[in-house]
Design a protein around this ligand. Structure first.
Ligand code: SAM
Length: 222
């Protein structure tokens, strides 16, 4: 009884948000294009745009796609002839030509599970479109996505071969410059880019780091 009014208010606000989201989806040409072309998400057009500008995917490239669900980046990489290991903490429908793994990158067990899925292959490209559950509070969302960026960078330093490439989604904020600086220590070319399919009102952008210089461990190998 005491909570009835607040529950009604919450439900009303929630249905308004859902209505706004549905309206935005309906007006979005990328949503319609993705449906028409058989892609699982409009996000595919961000990767296509990034690839067109920076060109790091080739036939036979081994790709580790982090935060892959529902799977449009994986679909497109497979179309390009890449070998893909796709990872998400949410279950993702299987995709012919890719190995799909359900794991949370922030769990300690993730590394072993992913290494097993790679089966000895070394990824030349690590993609991360991972996004935290956003709160709408810009600074908080930025810090949460930066924690994921740090994690992906540490994976890249551990796994990429010399010359490898990393693409990471980020949200602009106070830590952006320091993170770009950290990437520049280990990669020859580091760029930030906002693809045309990335919504204007969002602080989202992508970091493209190319030409990995090699980890200290690799330098020790004679
Ligand atoms: C924007 S979606 C990715 C869309 C995807 N690139 C596509 O083309 O379909 C972001 C994904 O990141 C995943 N994600 C967020 N944090 C994660 C984590 N810690 N470990 C694994 N996946 C995560 C979410 O579950 C979500 O599916």
């Amino acid at each position: 009884m005491r909570f009835e009014k607040s529950i009604r208010k919450f439900n009303k606000q929630h249905s308004e948000i859902t209505k706004r989201w549905l309206k935005r989806q309906d007006r979005d040409p990328f949503v319609h294009q993705a449906k028409a072309e058989g892609f699982r998400s409009r996000a595919v057009y961000k990767l296509q745009d990034i690839q067109q500008k920076y060109g790091f995917l080739h036939t036979g490239t081994v790709v580790l796609d982090l935060g892959a669900a529902p799977g449009s980046w994986t679909q497109w990489c497979v179309h390009q002839g890449c070998h893909v290991v796709a990872v998400d903490r949410l279950p993702m429908d299987p995709l012919s030509g890719a190995t799909v793994v359900c794991a949370d990158l922030q769990d300690d067990s993730a590394q072993a599970v992913i290494q097993e899925a790679l089966g000895g292959r070394i990824p030349q490209v690590i993609l991360s479109d991972m996004a935290p559950n956003t709160t709408g509070h810009r600074a908080t969302d930025h810090l949460q996505v930066m924690a994921l960026c740090d994690l992906v960078l540490s994976w890249a330093l551990m796994m990429l071969p010399v010359g490898g490439c990393m693409v990471i989604k980020s949200f602009d904020g106070s830590e952006t410059q320091d993170f770009l600086k950290a990437c520049r220590r280990d990669f020859d070319r580091v760029s930030r880019y906002k693809p045309s399919a990335s919504r204007k009102e969002s602080s989202e952008f992508y970091i493209i780091a190319q030409g990995f210089r090699g980890s200290p461990a690799q330098a020790d190998v004679p």
